[in-house]
Structures are given as structure tokens and as C-alpha cells.
Write a protein that binds this ligand. Structure first.
Ligand SMILES: Cc1ncc(COP(=O)(O)O)c(C=O)c1O
Length: 379
């Protein structure tokens, strides 16, 4: 009865595709400890070094944290909405000057809920080929049709729009802003132009940009001054903010629609109040202090050849990628191999993600190791 599963696992193992959960001895700010070895953690999304920060946790607990409980015991539409949830939604709405905001339990919940519910029968979604799995899963659950255009290829998207837009009623264009596995940035100005020209709704996932890009940390859309052109913008609290959960902010009618139609919102117990309070507290108290550190981190990312804090080192074959992770491990760096299906076949890579804690010294060593990695790949 279980042979099929064994067989699948064996095949994954042979192709160096098998995923395993790693255990760490402990984590401490920018380092991770494995077998008593201290490694610089280049594999987290803790971009602002706010997660695992004992001083910050302590300060939050002393200031307000003790008032909040660890369980909501209900979905938001039942008895799961305490004032702090609406306060956080209100805060996000005022920061973005949008029509409204809805919290989700995670970015995964948000993208599944949005992309499964926005397009009905007879509608269509146009999605960047490298969009996150949660966007793909949402589209798969949708009653609408979806097309995936080649990554960041605006000409291809326009050709698709010319060919297909007229065949459908409502249309949605969905993209990440900073792409999670490639660290590059979508051509947001062009996306806005196309959504206006072809009468589409624009949904932008700023999971890796919220808290990192923009004067107030609102994302690449803030940097590019197009916030009011994005119909729905997704941000997550589990990455730069060092907490957990997500929000979608944008047009009032769409937010109200999601409250009624996004099943991942409706049918799931709300996050604990203490967690919501922590996200709100971080956004109000810590995020505004991070501007200089964020700029420095992004400069470092650029120096390492990326447009963001995420630096892909594309290797290709799975086994070679695993091998290179080992080289970095031996040199005191913790990276994980990113393999299909997370990334397209033949593009296995190391995904180095920076945090504001990484200093000049780390940077120098990192640069020389990346240089030697590139050399290894060429050979
Ligand atoms: C672009 C993007 N969107 C959404 C998510 C999911 O967010 P969460 O981890 O909060 O579920 C991720 C997670 O890595 C992501 O990279």
C-alpha cells in the first residue's frame, strides 16, 4: 500500500531532490549553531534582524505584550476579532492611504485566498512564471483561467494580453515585486501601464519588499511612487517584520469581497492576539528606525550583483548545488540548496539573503567566497 510513496522518495533521493528538515542547536542574532559550529545565517528572511532579537522581544513584553493572549480560539468572522486586529488593519490602511486592509494568517493564506477568489468563471489571471507557489496554488483553485508569462517579460505579457484579454470578462495581473528566488525586481511601471491599457486588476506581492524597500518600508511600490496604482498589495509579517502573518491592502470593494469570498481567510482560526500586537508594535516602533540600515543592506546586495537583499548564485545541477553549500558550510556560512520544484529545473541555486546585521567584514569574506563559487561553476 505504501510502495508508491517509498518509490517517490527513492527517486527524489537519487536526484538530490529530497527535502529534509534540519535541526539547529540554536540561533542567535545573525548566527546559527550546528554541531557546535557557529555559522553566519544566510538562509533566513530576517532582513531587519528583528526576529530572534531578545532585546526587542523583552521590550515588547514589558511595554504592552503581557496584555495579550496566545490564542484567538476562533476565525475572524466568528469571535476571533479583538480590537488589536482592526487596529493593525487600520494602521496598514493609513500607512498605504488605501481603501482598506485585511489580515491573513500567512502570506501563503493571503495569496491562496486572493488568487482563488478574484477570478470567477469567464475571468482570467496573468501571472509571472516565477511567482511564488502560493500564487500558483491560488490560481489552481480558481474557477477562472490562468496564463503564466515568461519571467519579467513585459513584451510577452502584452502579446498575451492582446491575444487573450478580449476573450474574458474581468482580468487580473499578478506579480511579485522582489522575486523571492531570483532577488530581481518586477518592472512595476510597465505593469501599471499594461493594467491600465488592458483594463486589469493589478495584484502585487511585496512579501520580500515590505519592511525593506521604500522610505517608510512599504515596498518597491513606495520607492517607485505607484502605491495608488496597485489594486491589491500583499505584505507579510514573517520576513522583515520578524513576526508572522500577512496583510492585503487596497481597493475597499476588493477587501470587502475577500472578507466574503477568500476561503483561507474565512475558514481558519485567527493568529494569536499577541502575535498581531507584536506585528503592530514592530511597525510602529522599530520599522521607522531602520531606514539607514536598510539602505546599507541594499547597497551590499547591489555590490554582490543583485537588485535586492536576495542574491541568487545559480549553479544548475542539484548535486553541484548541494556540494557548494557544503563548501560554504566549511567556511562558516549557512546556506541551503534551492532545488526544483521551488525553482525551474536546471536552475538549482544557493539563495543568499542578507540581513541588516551583516557587517563589512562578513561582506568581504562573502565576496571572495562567491568569487570562488563562480570559479568552481565555470570549471
Ligand atoms: C513571494 C512570497 N509570497 C508569499 C510567501 C508566503 O509567505 P508566508 O511565509 O507568510 O506564508 C512567500 C514565502 O516565502 C513568498 O516568498
Amino acid at each position: 500500500m505504501f510502495e508508491k510513496y517509498q518509490y517517490v522518495l527513492e527517486n527524489l533521493r537519487e536526484a538530490s531532490h529530497l527535502r529534509r528538515i534540519s535541526n539547529f542547536d540554536s540561533k542567535d542574532e545573525k548566527y546559527i549553531y550546528i554541531n557546535n559550529r557557529k555559522l553566519l545565517n544566510l538562509s533566513s528572511n530576517n532582513y531587519l534582524a528583528l526576529a530572534d532579537n531578545k532585546n526587542i522581544t523583552q521590550k515588547f513584553l514589558e511595554e504592552i505584550g503581557e496584555q495579550y493572549s496566545f490564542g484567538s480560539a476562533s476565525a475572524r468572522l466568528l469571535t476571533g476579532t479583538l480590537p488589536v486586529y482592526s487596529e493593525l488593519e487600520g494602521l496598514i490602511t493609513s500607512l498605504y492611504k488605501s481603501g482598506g486592509t485585511l489580515l491573513f494568517n500567512s502570506g501563503y493564506h493571503a495569496n491562496v485566498g486572493i488568487n482563488s477568489s478574484l477570478a470567477s468563471k469567464g475571468d482570467v489571471i496573468f501571472s509571472d512564471k516565477l511567482n511564488h507557489a502560493s500564487i500558483i496554488d491560488g490560481m489552481r483553485l480558481s474557477e477562472g483561467k490562468f496564463f503564466r508569462y515568461p519571467h519579467n517579460n513585459m513584451d510577452a505579457l502584452e502579446k498575451l494580453l492582446i491575444r487573450e484579454r478580449k476573450n474574458y470578462k474581468d482580468a487580473i495581473i499578478v506579480s511579485e515585486s522582489v522575486f523571492s528566488m531570483d532577488g530581481d525586481i518586477a518592472d512595476l511601471k510597465k505593469l501599471v501601464e499594461l493594467k491600465n491599457k488592458y483594463n486589469c486588476i493589478l495584484v502585487l506581492d511585496e512579501a520580500h519588499a515590505f519592511g525593506v524597500f521604500g522610505k517608510n518600508g512599504l515596498g518597491v511600490s513606495e520607492d517607485m511612487d505607484i502605491l495608488n496604482e496597485v489594486d491589491l498589495l500583499v505584505g507579510t509579517f514573517g520576513k522583515a517584520i520578524g513576526s508572522m502573518g500577512a496583510f492585503v491592502t487596497g481597493k475597499k470593494v476588493l477587501i470587502e469581497y475577500l472578507v466574503n469570498k477568500a476561503r483561507s481567510f474565512i475558514f481558519s482560526t485567527a493568529l494569536p492576539p499577541i502575535n498581531i500586537a507584536f506585528s503592530k508594535w514592530i511597525i510602529e516602533n522599530e520599522l521607522p528606525k531602520t531606514y539607514q540600515r536598510r539602505i546599507k543592506m541594499l547597497e551590499l546586495g547591489r555590490k554582490l550583483g543583485s537588485e535586492s537583499q536576495i542574491i541568487p548564485v545559480i549553479v544548475g545541477p542539484n548535486d553541484k548545488t548541494v556540494e557548494l553549500c557544503e563548501i560554504l558550510y566549511q567556511n562558516g556560512y549557512f546556506t541551503l540548496p534551492i532545488r526544483p520544484p521551488t525553482v525551474p529545473e536546471g536552475t538549482s541555486r544557493l539563495r543568499l539573503s542578507l540581513t541588516t546585521d551583516i557587517n563589512e567584514k562578513d561582506m568581504e569574506k562573502l565576496c571572495s567566497i562567491i568569487g570562488s563559487i563562480n570559479q568552481t561553476i565555470k570549471n
